[in-house]
Design a protein around this ligand. Structure first.
Ligand code: PMP
Ligand code: GLU
Length: 398
């Protein structure tokens, strides 16, 4: 066997695979409409780009401290105070290559072989695989309910805890469901974590992408006891439309952050120096770009949900945050096209790509087989055209 058991057990990222397929089809001249990629369609704001260019031109192109430049850690520390009522010293902050890397570092330092990490389903595609890469066992909670916005309840959390449980992965606002946890819900989960001594990795990358006047609440800000057990993960990727710059960060107890830096110093070293300068400009510069983007997402959210609910066999909740619609499409299963039955969300995804030239992600990628995920971080025109195509193709099913 050439490939290790550990690597062989890891599946490719379906979100990235679908984005790649979409790009490949476009390059081949096929008119495909993509709802796959979970990244803002807006350009990185000009002042942020200029900070990156200025860094290159001034020769800021060498290694930095593995954990990130001090001024960026200070800016992140101030951002936590400003936006999240959280007091993290710069020494409790690690800058990494995107939130994905921060999550990986956190799991890698927390988990020993055989320990368990609880993941409520539906969950972001990389959680399960990262837990496995860290040598731990993912424990998926499949019993969340659509009627309850797929949220993890205290009861379900308690039921999943064993003497091997090390951590819980929590994501609010959530990719793919858009669910946003309320204060009381977080308090209940935090109380259980403190009682049982379980760490919570709180992925807050969509913190600003939230609608209807709701406000994001950072788990670690609830009380000092839960703060000691929380690793807060965030990034500039979504908030400032900087997905390609690859800057994320983690904050938590110093002992854990130091261990994460240790691992990072032997794997990637520092995130790109010029990208760190761009992230610094993003965090310390004008913040209006966020509101502008969120207003555009909000308008698209209302439109896409309304349209999806009119499609045969589809029903779609209105997401409270992030930029994904997550329709229940199980009502379309069993319908037929050219003698072939749509059996599951994979075959529906394939049908939509072939017949409607629309790329979506099957819910299975997120542990939710009866659903599809459509990212509405794409232009109004694409959304309208894509929905027309889906509606027409599904109407043709018998
Ligand atoms: N967490 C969630 C929930 C995400 O949706 C994403 C985006 N794919 C990430 C983490 C990773 O973000 P980044 O691009 O900063 O690595
Ligand atoms: N957040 C995105 C998504 O879920 C980016 C792709 C990825 O990194 O998985 O589609």
């Amino acid at each position: 066997m050439i490939i290790s058991k550990r690597a062989s057990s890891i599946s490719p990222s379906m979100t990235l695979a679908i984005s790649a397929k979409e790009k490949q089809m476009k390059a081949a001249g096929i008119d495909v409409i993509g709802f796959g990629a979970g990244e803002p369609d807006f350009d990185t704001p000009q002042p942020i780009k200029e900070a990156g260019i200025a860094a290159i031109n001034s020769g800021f192109t060498k290694y930095t401290a593995s954990s990130g430049i001090p001024e960026l850690k200070k800016a992140v520390s101030e951002k936590f105070k400003r936006d999240n009522k959280l007091d993290y010293a710069p020494s409790q902050i690690l800058i990494s290559c995107g939130a994905k890397h921060s999550l990986f570092n956190a799991l890698f330092v927390l988990c020993d072989e055989g320990e368990e990490v609880i993941i409520p389903s539906p969950y972001w595609v990389s959680y399960e695989e990262q837990v496995k890469m860290a040598g731990a066992a993912p424990v998926i909670i499949n019993e969340t309910r659509e009627e309850n916005d797929f949220k993890l309840t205290g009861e379900l959390f308690r039921q999943a805890i064993t003497n091997k449980t090390k951590a819980l992965l929590l994501n609010s606002p959530c990719n793919p469901t858009g669910s946003v946890y309320e204060r009381e819900e977080l308090e209940e989960l935090a109380g259980i974590a403190v009682e049982k001594g379980i760490y919570i990795i709180s992925d807050e990358v969509y913190e600003y992408i939230i609608y209807d006047g709701k406000r994001h609440l950072s788990l670690a800000s609830l009380n000092p006891q839960i703060k000691d057990l929380t690793i807060t993960i965030n990034a500039v990727s979504k908030a400032y439309s900087m997905t390609g710059w690859r800057i994320g960060y983690a904050a938590g107890p110093k002992e854990i952050i130091d261990a994460m830096d240790n691992v990072q110093s032997h794997s990637t070293s520092n995130p790109a120096s010029m990208a760190q300068k761009a992230a610094l400009a993003a965090l310390t510069g004008p913040q209006e770009c966020i509101g502008f983007m969120v207003a555009a997402f909000d308008k698209r959210r209302r439109y896409i949900v309304e349209r999806l609910n009119k499609i045969k066999g589809f029903s779609c909740r209105t997401p409270a945050g992030a930029f994904y619609a997550f329709p229940n499409v199980s009502g379309a299963f069993g319908l037929r096209f050219n003698g072939k039955t749509i059996e599951d969300s994979f075959s529906l995804t394939e049908f939509l790509l072939d017949q409607a030239r629309v790329a979506v992600v099957p819910g299975d990628a997120f542990g939710a087989p009866g659903y599809l995920r459509l990212s509405y971080a794409t232009s109004d025109e694409n959304i309208e055209k894509g929905l027309d195509r889906i509606e027409e193709a599904v109407a043709g099913l018998e």
